[in-house]
Design a protein around this ligand. Structure first.
Ligand code: A2P
Length: 279
C-alpha cells in the first residue's frame, strides 16, 4: 500500500488518508488510534473540542512522532490572540509533543477579528509550535478573507465533503488558491453508505461502500479523515490507493450531490460551552 500525499506550501507532505477522532474518547479513542497506527496510518486528526487529546497523547508516546502528521484545532470561542496561543500550548501539552504539523481554526467566529486570530497563528508558526496553518468550516468568502490577511499560507480548509454534500463553490475556490481540501465526515457519518449508486458501485468493484466513497474523494484530490472504532473498518479505510474507479463510475458519484449535509449547517448555537461567544 502506497499512501498518496498532498504537498503543502511549506513542502510538508500531508497523507491523503488520516484517522478522524471526533466524538470518541477514553479507551475507545486509544484503541482506535493504536489500531490506526498499527495498520499504517501516519496522519491523525483531533481538536481541543474533541476532548480526547490527552488519551491520544498517551498512545502517541509509544510511536515515533517524526513519522506522524498530527493536526489539532482551536475552538471558535478561543480565537482572540492570547487564547489561540494558550489553546495551542495546552493541546501540545495534552498530546505530549512540542509541535503540531497542522493547526486549524475549527470554525469561523464572526465576533472575533480574523486578522487577530491569524496573527496569533503566524506567531505560533514562527515559534515552531505549528508547522502549517489552516482553517475549517470556512466558506469561500471567509477563506478569501483569511488568505488576504494571513502572514502564513492557509494550507488547508477542512470542510464537510461527502457524496451528498460536496460544497462545489468552496472546493473550487480552494483549488484556485492552492488550499488543500480535507473532508471531515467523509462517510457522511454512515448515512451515505446506504446510497443506491454507492452500493451499486461497491458491489461491482467488490469493495465496501466506505472504500468507494473514500476512493472517490481521493480521486477528487480531497484528503479524507474517516473515523472508526472498528479495527477492521480502520484497516479497510486505508486500502484506497491500489485500485481506481473508472471515469464513468467516478462521474456517477460526482452527479449524486443532493446538498444534504450531515453537520455543516449554517445555523449555530453561539451560547454553548464549545462554540459559545464570550460576552
Ligand atoms: P464504526 O466505528 O462502527 O466503524 P464519518 O467519518 O463520516 O464521521 O463516519 C464515521 C462513522 O462511519 C462511524 O460511525 C463508523 O462506525 C463508520 N465507519 C467508518 N468506517 C466504516 C467502514 N469501513 N464501513 C462501515 N462503516 C464505517
Amino acid at each position: 500500500m502506497t499512501q498518496l500525499t498532498k504537498t503543502l506550501p511549506s513542502g510538508d507532505e500531508l497523507p491523503m488518508v488520516g484517522l478522524g477522532t471526533w466524538n470518541i474518547g477514553g479507551e475507545t479513542v486509544k484503541d482506535s488510534v493504536r489500531a490506526g497506527l498499527d495498520a499504517g496510518y501516519t496522519h491523525i486528526d483531533t481538536a481541543e473540542g474533541y476532548k480526547n487529546e490527552a488519551e491520544i497523547g498517551e498512545v502517541l508516546a509509544d510511536y515515533d512522532r517524526e513519522e506522524l502528521f498530527l493536526t489539532s484545532k482551536v475552538l471558535p470561542k478561543n480565537l482572540d490572540y492570547e487564547s489561540v496561543i494558550a489553546s495551542c500550548e495546552a493541546s501540545l501539552e495534552r498530546l505530549g509533543t512540542d509541535y503540531l504539523d497542522l493547526y486549524l481554526v475549527h470554525w469561523p467566529n464572526p465576533a472575533i477579528s480574523l486578522r487577530e486570530t491569524l496573527n496569533a497563528m503566524a506567531h505560533l508558526h514562527e515559534e515552531g509550535l505549528v508547522r502549517n496553518v489552516g482553517v475549517s468550516n470556512f466558506s469561500a468568502y471567509q477563506l478569501s478573507a483569511a488568505h488576504h490577511v494571513s502572514d502564513v499560507p492557509i494550507a488547508v480548509n477542512q470542510i464537510e465533503y461527502q457524496p451528498w454534500h460536496t460544497q462545489d463553490d468552496v472546493v473550487e475556490y480552494c483549488d484556485e488558491t492552492d488550499t488543500v481540501v480535507e473532508a471531515a465526515a467523509p462517510l457522511g457519518r454512515t448515512e451515505v453508505l446506504g446510497d443506491e449508486t454507492v452500493q451499486d458501485i461497491a458491489e461491482q468493484y467488490d469493495k465496501s461502500p466506505a472504500q468507494v466513497v473514500l476512493r472517490w474523494a481521493v480521486e477528487n484530490d480531497v484528503v479524507v479523515l474517516p473515523k472508526s472504532t472498528s479495527a477492521e473498518h480502520i484497516e479497510q479505510n486505508l486500502d484506497v490507493f491500489d485500485w481506481e474507479l473508472d471515469d464513468a463510475d467516478h462521474q456517477r458519484i460526482d452527479d449524486i450531490d443532493r446538498e444534504q449535509p450531515v453537520y455543516a449547517t449554517p445555523a449555530r448555537d453561539w451560547t454553548g460551552s464549545t462554540y459559545g461567544i464570550s460576552q
